[in-house]
Design a protein around this ligand. Structure first.
Ligand SMILES: Nc1ncnc2c1ncn2[C@@H]1O[C@H](COP(=O)(O)OP(=O)(O)OP(=O)(O)O)[C@@H](O)[C@H]1O
Ligand SMILES: [Mg+2]
Length: 235
């Protein structure tokens, strides 16, 4: 997997078009993410942020346009390779949770490691450290139905980061947290990402959260408008 040594982006999307039934969610969205970069994506509700994230992470195939990750066209890859990438190189925090309801916090975080071949004891040890980083070690034996929304969100972040991915895609990772807890989670996420050189694509409504990013882009009606345009619109 090539990284950023010659200035090429790690991930590049061009001309993304995606419809959900009659709703045109993306209309020509384009975006680049460099290795180790923290990029915030903001925009009104319904502007296409989650759809964009799902296309970039190889979860949803765009109707038109390209997504290039390293040397590979994600929009054309077979499902088998996509799921391998999602398991090994990507970490995803979904807007609406997606922890496994039958598993405890600890086992939810340990699972991606075990799927990659780690033994249970080793995986649980590492999972415990990640729960600690996000301040939810005390909840390690709770199942998702027994956690608060904010606790579930922190467990989801731990699960996305535990495998040491190259890119983390986080959809409103602090949406269910109050501002102090949100700040702690963002600090832990940004600190970890910088330390490990992980690129982060961070969707948020919150200007304070976006301020943690290296760069911010704005999505409007399914297209990315430039940072400059965002300042123009704010006037
Ligand atoms: N599975 C779906 N079926 C039908 N319409 C969908 C589906 N997912 C998204 N949409 C529509 O596509 C548009 C973009 O949705 P998307 O979830 O990408 O927006 P968003 O920017 O993430 O919004 P929010 O900030 O509220 O999470 C919206 O109009 C939404 O109603
Ligand atoms: Mg969304």
């Amino acid at each position: 997997m090539s990284t950023d040594d010659n200035g090429t982006p790690l991930l590049a999307a061009r001309g993304l078009v995606k419809a959900h039934g009659k709703t045109q969610a993306l209309r020509g969205a384009a975006l680049e993410l460099r290795a180790g970069e923290i990029l915030a994506v903001t925009g009104a509700s319904g502007s296409g942020k989650s759809t964009l994230l799902h296309c970039l992470a190889g979860i949803v195939r765009p109707d038109q346009g390209s997504v290039v990750y390293g040397q590979e066209r994600l929009d054309q890859l077979p499902e088998r390779r996509l799921s391998e990438l999602r398991r090994t190189e990507f970490g995803v925090v979904f807007q609406f949770g997606q922890l496994i309801p039958e598993l405890t916090a600890l086992d939810n975080v340990a699972l991606p490691l075990m799927l990659s071949g780690a033994g249970r004891r080793e995986a649980q040890g590492k999972a415990g450290e990640w729960l600690e980083r996000f301040g939810v070690r005390g909840q390690k034996d709770l199942r998702p139905g027994e956690m608060s929304g904010g606790q579930a969100q922190r467990v989801s972040l731990a699960r996305a980061l535990v495998t040491g991915p190259k890119v983390v895609f986080a959809d409103e990772p602090t949406g269910a947290l109050d501002s102090l807890a949100g700040e702690q989670v963002m600090t832990a996420l940004v600190h970890t990402a910088r330390e490990a050189g992980t690129a982060v694509l961070l969707i948020t409504h919150d200007a304070q959260v976006a301020a943690y990013a290296d760069r911010e882009v704005w999505l409007r009606d399914g297209a990315v408008v430039s940072e400059h345009a965002q300042q123009e619109m704010a006037r």
